[in-house]
Design a protein around this ligand. Structure first.
Ligand SMILES: *Cc1c(COP(=O)(O)O)cnc(C)c1O
Length: 395
């Protein structure tokens, strides 16, 4: 039996700085992949080990005992993943009513579901309110007024702008009240007698700078002071998502991030409820993505390979700069390859000049670890290609 060869310049050695994670990440046992493939291969699939999802939830909770994780459903909305997280005691964060329905069907109480999308349509708000959702984010006067007109007794939390320095996907700018606008929103909430009861921030996805959480928490605490002065009753701190997983670059461990967070929240009184919204952290390591080379070509002496899953089939984060480790059963000399998906769209190019074995051929399977987050959730049927399957082990 062939053993997959790590073809990227992948280093698992301990990093010299204490800042970086030397904790060996668990990732799905490759024997599960072999076992699944012994039943044949017909299309791309994700293989998720639910025990790893459970382990990650426990590790998160052990690192930050005062912070309850509310999983960001968008990272991987598979029901079996959600069920495993329910069993671990997680709450949830949603962006749409389809995500809400999924959770309600699984028996999650509406009170444990945080509606954290800063832009919600009136129709979605009506629906969420009718289902009993209590907590809603705002980051503008307009959203405050909209929610207040739909559900006057909603519990609201204000998303403030925080630095996204050191995050692979900075979000600052699109969402988050700027510091200069916070006072105005607080005044309007007081005038409307709205229950503006908390503060949140998002440091950006795959955030490698723990100090961003410290800055966010310090700003939140100062906003609590402003809220109290206006007669409001702040009682929720939501420290958002962004906890990183290890691909090819070093990351701070969850324990390192937790030491910063735990210190920053140490003085907060007991009645302040503290939650976080991890997405990627809880699910990414748990899975392998498996796809197949549908063909190769040589163009002006450059090698190209075409996979049956490209940016429309689950691999879109590659195009945003995520360096996945790519494994194959080949062990030939490495040469530069360009990799594209199966569709005819010119944007469906995943990588250029990545070093992979020269002898990769049509029909070879490609194995990509650490793909449980933001892969299948992004896939579309564009150009008639099927959505990847999701299979699980240890359910
Ligand atoms: C996407 C998202 C998250 C999860 O982010 P990760 O980087 O996957 O941890 C958390 N909160 C909100 C509001 C989000 O939009």
């Amino acid at each position: 039996m062939l053993i997959p060869i790590s073809t990227a310049a992948f280093q698992q050695q301990a990093q010299p700085e204490v800042l970086f994670d030397t904790h060996p990440e668990t990732s799905l046992d490759f024997n599960h992949v072999r076992e699944r493939l012994s039943q044949g291969y017909d299309k791309p699939f994700l293989l998720v080990d639910l025990n790893i999802v459970r382990q990650k939830a426990r590790r998160f909770q052990a690192a930050m005992p005062r912070v309850r994780p509310h999983y960001a459903v968008k990272a991987n909305p598979d029901r079996r993943v959600l069920q495993a997280l329910i069993e671990e005691g997680a709450g949830f964060e949603i962006a749409s009513i389809a995500e809400l329905d999924l959770l309600l069907e699984l028996g999650v109480p509406a009170a444990e579901i945080f509606y954290s999308n800063p832009m919600k349509s009136r129709a979605y708000l009506n629906y969420a309110a009718s289902k009993g959702v209590e907590w809603y984010v705002i980051d503008s006067i307009e959203e405050l007024q909209k929610i207040n007109s739909v559900k006057a007794d909603a519990k609201l939390y204000l998303r403030i702008d925080t630095p996204n320095i050191g995050s692979d996907w900075p979000l600052a700018g699109k969402f988050g009240t700027h510091l200069a606008d916070i006072a105005h929103i607080i005044q309007e909430a007081a005038r409307l007698k709205a229950d503006l009861a908390g503060v949140t921030f998002h440091v950006g996805s795959q955030c490698r700078n723990p100090q961003n959480w410290r800055v966010g928490i310090e700003r939140a605490i100062s906003v609590f002071g402003e809220m109290r002065k206006a007669g409001l009753d702040p009682r929720l701190l939501n420290i958002g998502g962004g906890y990183p997983v290890r691909h090819l670059k070093p990351i701070p461990s969850i324990e390192i991030i937790a030491s910063v967070v735990n210190e920053a929240i140490a003085e907060l009184p007991e009645h302040i409820q503290i939650i976080a919204e991890p997405g990627r952290y809880l699910v990414s390591d748990s899975a392998y993505f498996i796809c197949q080379v549908v063909g190769t070509a040589t163009r002006s002496e450059k090698r190209w390979m075409y996979w049956d899953a490209g940016m429309f089939g689950g691999m879109i984060e590659i195009t945003e700069g995520l360096n996945y480790e790519i494994l194959s059963d080949r062990s030939g000399n490495c040469v530069p390859w360009s990799i594209a998906g199966p569709t005819c769209d010119s944007v469906d190019i995943l990588m250029r000049d990545v070093m992979l074995p020269a002898d990769i051929q049509e029909g070879d399977l490609i194995y990509i670890p650490n793909t449980g987050a933001y892969t299948t959730a992004y896939a579309s049927n564009f150009n008639g290609f099927p959505l990847p399957d999701v299979h699980v082990v240890n359910s």
